[in-house]
Design a binder for this molecule. Sequence first.
Ligand code: FE
Length: 338
Amino acid sequence: MKRYLAFIIILFLFAGTALAGDEVNLYSARKENLIKPLLDRFTAETGIEVNLVTGKASALLKRLQAEGRNTPADLFLTVDAGRLHVAKQAWLLQPVESKVLTDAIPAHLRDRDNQWFGLSKRARVIVYSKQRVKPEMLSTYEDLADPKWKGRICIRSSGNIYNQSLLASLIAHHGETEAEKWAAGVLANMARPPRGNDRAQVKAIAIGECDIAVVNSYYLGNMQTSSDQREREAAARVALFFPNQNDRGAHINISGAGITKHAANRDNARKLLEFLVSDEAQKWYADSNHEYPVKAGIEVSPIVKAWGYPFKEDTLDMGKLGQYNVTAVKIFDRVGWR
Ligand code: FE
């Protein structure tokens, strides 16, 4: 009898520890304001505390690697399929089986081994000067390499993952040789050497330095709704064009997350991922940065809708963006796109 009592006491002790440990640790490369309200909602609904660490994607990846099996992180959240691929290749993630996730997220927006999952979509689009460019002149990414655009294009440096992923998509669709010709062609058409972030390209159009640029869609939304009047004015001078609407569709990328290889709170991490694809979370998460939900049937924000929705999206497997990243970087190097 005494032995049974001891056993029961031990059981209670274990249950107590489990409750005290009802938490999940999130490393996020997204800014706190783009995720925190959702995490608070998750805690309110489940009682699971979320400990949030934010930082740059590259720094968080290094930290995960350095911490190894001692990492406190259960979940790694970042933008761009290229980066999620890097995390997978570095053995930092583990697969998770979840019907909730695979039902909510189209197959091309998640890892084929279920090691990472897209949570929102963004399009890399063309923006153009309303004054100097007629939308009829625009058509495809491929067309940006045509000499008719000589001296008229602004685009950021090749060190940025967004351009690497765009080029990776061109490699996937046309092969390495054609992709290299394209990169050389776009470089020859640049109005200035690549510099600045995506917003800087929009501003360059606004002051007449160039006529068209390639940017992620949400930056335009953020500028349109900016508290900085100069950003709003610059955004008002450009319009957004979705390329390749008559063939494969506009280039899409994702923000997404994966459970870390050494997650101590694996179940809670899965629950948080599943929460992030709920209808309520999908709407808020996409709206908060003027992005698109990954889940079908969720409305986009009025600002995003005004750009044109739905539009034709490239349904290339996001894994290919990671797979061709190294080749893309080499091509940029060879053609001299800094
Ligand atoms: Fe961004």
